[in-house]
Ligand binder design. Structure first.
Ligand code: MD3
Ligand code: FE
Length: 203
């Protein structure tokens, strides 16, 4: 069943489970071409989340700032292609949540290990903020923090498990969000990690 968290944010529990194996195979193929790495924030901190990308644009961070780039800075090559199974899953989830015609051009792949967290932030590097974001959770569960339009607004906690998909758009698009430090845990398929796919229309 679908859960509306607030206007513009819909959780589709288990929506990715039917494509679990193709998704995991595709992630392995991407990571073989563009390995997970720990980016440096503009402030000089190493992110605890490991990241890579697929699609025409990839999200990167370094001392100069956050941006989307067609090229993997580690290899100098374009990011791996966006697998059809990724694009189709993201489009179907967005449509079901009420955002028809979503065609992502960027998939950021985040890898969390126990202890890893993502501090509260907004996603605002994308050109067209009327486009939604779709996220797919795989592996060990996490607690997602969903805040308001200001960093200091009280955040609600949303548990996200293997196969859960969330679509965020409209009035939810610029809300602050983050992920609490992952608890030590084990997932039968992914091992001791969580992988999150974040689909965006960036360009
Ligand atoms: C709510 N990733 O990469 S995805 C990120 O689980 C990021 O890896 C988290 O936040 C993760 O930027 C959360 C869910 C998400 C993504 C974008 C949002 C939630 C959002 C934008 C607006 C509101
Ligand atoms: Fe985000």
């Amino acid at each position: 069943h679908d859960e509306t968290l607030c206007a513009g944010a819909v959780v589709l529990r288990g929506f990715a489970l039917t494509n679990e194996k193709p998704l995991l195979r595709a992630i392995e193929t991407i990571a073989a071409q563009a390995p997970f790495r720990h980016l440096i924030t503009p402030g000089g901190f190493r992110m605890s989340v490991g990241m890579t990308n697929a699609g025409p644009l990839g999200w990167v961070s370094d001392r100069r700032g956050y941006r989307y780039d067609a090229v993997d800075p580690d290899s100098g090559k374009p990011w791996p292609a966006m697998p059809d199974v990724f694009r189709e899953l993201a489009g179907a989830a967005a449509a079901r949540a009420g955002f028809s015609g979503f065609v992502p051009d960027a998939c950021l792949i985040n890898r969390y290990e126990p202890g890893t967290r993502l501090t509260l932030h907004q996603d605002r590097n994308e050109r067209d903020l009327s486009q939604p974001i779709v996220s797919v959770s795989l592996g060990i569960p996490a607690v997602f923090l969903f805040g308001g339009m200001q960093r200091t607004d009280r955040a609600t906690r949303i548990p996200l498990a293997h196969g859960d998909v969330v679509a965020w758009g409209g009035p939810a698009r610029l809300r602050y969000h983050g992920v609490l430090p992952l608890k030590p845990n084990h997932h039968d398929v992914l091992g001791d990690c969580r992988i999150n796919l974040t689909f965006r229309r960036a360009g």
